[in-house]
Design a protein around this ligand. Structure first.
Ligand code: GAR
Length: 205
């Protein structure tokens, strides 16, 4: 089965969606490795529970030792490459990858999940910012996207986009919950689409 390496930074509910899809057969893939840039996050427990090896590589010890972000990114890239991925998924991975990282993956696709519509609320705390914008009357709805990773943060070509409604009675928690449940479906679908494309490329080659 194609190998999907998943990078996380936190709770890992989207990692869980991938694990569940693999285990149920809904997604034909295996997850040989989970990498987190933060230790002790719940996503690492999810990996362990699923019997998936995981590694933690944090930026802080690098900068503390006077090493650069690029050195970190290249070590991170090597960990990913060693797992021989057919697809790399950023599932709540809150670290901006440098061109030097991305250059290590000339043929392997990378996708990212972002809890907003294309071009909106790039970066961290997108759901909070969308909720505030809704309250100010600046937006009527928000959304979720799975997109290809390019240099620009949350900026690559969308693979899948889904609108998510915001209801007048929503509080932030309600909106977060609605967005997360859409993400869990969209990420699995997005991974399946990209893996399918890769399989076609390989059979055509
Ligand atoms: C998700 O909402 C994901 O879209 C977001 O982090 C959360 C991770 O949740 N990613 C970004 O904001 C990327 N800019 P999880 O750890 O439960 O999967």
């Amino acid at each position: 089965a194609p190998r999907v390496v998943v990078l996380i930074s936190g709770t890992g509910s989207n990692l869980q969606a991938l694990i569940d899809a693999v285990n149920s057969g809904a997604l034909t893939a295996e997850i040989p490795l989970v990498i987190s840039n933060r230790s002790k996050v719940f996503g690492l427990e999810r990996a362990e529970k699923a019997g998936i090896p995981s590694k933690v590589l944090a930026l802080k010890p690098y900068t503390a030792a006077g090493r650069t972000r690029v050195e970190y990114d290249l070590d991170l890239a090597q960990l990913v490459i060693d797992a021989k991925p057919d697809l790399v998924v950023l599932a709540g991975f809150m670290h901006i990858l440098s061109p030097e990282f991305l250059n290590q993956f000339p043929t392997t696709p990378l996708i990212n999940l972002h809890p907003a519509l294309p071009g909106q609320f790039d970066g961290a705390k997108a759901i909070e910012r969308a909720f505030e914008a809704y309250q100010k009357g600046e937006i009527k709805h928000t959304g979720v996207m799975v997109h290809r990773v390019i240099q620009e943060v949350d900026g690559g070509e969308p693979v899948l986009v889904k609108e998510v409604e915001i209801k007048p009675e929503d509080d932030l928690a309600a909106l977060q919950e609605r967005i997360h449940s859409v993400e869990h479906v969209l990420l699995v679908q997005g991974a399946a689409i990209v893996l399918e494309e890769e399989a076609k490329k390989k059979s055509a080659a």
